[in-house]
Design a protein. Sequence first.
Length: 321
Amino acid sequence: MTFTGSAEGRHRATDPASTPGPVSPVPRRRGRLVLLSVLAGAAIASLWSYHFVDSVIGDNVANTLLGHDAKGTAITGAVAGAVFAFVSGLAGTFTACNVAAFGAVVPLVRHGASWRVRLQETLRPLGRLAIGMVVVSGVYGAVGALLGDRLPQLSTATVGDGMPVRLLQASVVFGIIGLAFIWLGLAALRLVPDPLARLERRFPNVRLVVLGAFVGGFLIGRPFPLFHKLFTYAAQTHNPLYGAAVFILQSVGNIAVMAVLFAALMLAARGRFALWLAARPTRLVTVTAVAFLVAGSFTLLYWDLRLPSMFGYGWYPVVPW
């Protein structure tokens, strides 16, 4: 005997728009996975040396590419500003935020039978990531050129016990991004609702675009000295188109090396990583969740606990280097 149910129930069962898609299984012991990911992010926040990343790596890369002291030499024109924008982006490549963002993109790459298909499947998510990044960085560059030192990021003022206003802005912006990453990680494990699930049913690529917007959002809070110099010069032009252009160039430079390494690794693996992920359904969920949780935990703890502790607000364990 077959139970047919009500007419309304039969309509819902046969209506494609109302039928939920397949639900990916989640890994066991999700609580332990969350705890270990958060502890990993906390450890990175303790180990991270901003001096090494910004000065030893960033300054030396910029000085080598420009052929002069990047910090000490003035930007002398629009073309020089554009070159400086791209180079300063390259110099700031290896930040934890960029590494984390690309870690979250890795599980989204699909395998292919030939190298051409693999290249196409690798470049596709990078292009969608770039869309969100370019929109956010371009808009902020235009606004920055118009408002200039009225933005906290260009302010020389301090608050409380000498904490610069620009670092306060960084703390707020990266705190929000960190919380967003943590939420997406928990959503991947189905511990909280996924804020992008409904939108993704209409626009399948929205997740990558949103992730790209977060990458573009790094510029809104980033206190990297070379970026601050570029921002100051762009604001002095009071030209929103130029401000948007150099910010976009800075963002493109910021992800260029990571994108090349990402594509090279995906091609060298010949799709084996994607096949390995697909071999067990919970692997994709686990890798995605861990990438977001570690990135979000690091970002939140570094910018909202470790940074304020440098100015006497609370305490955070730091490994001396």
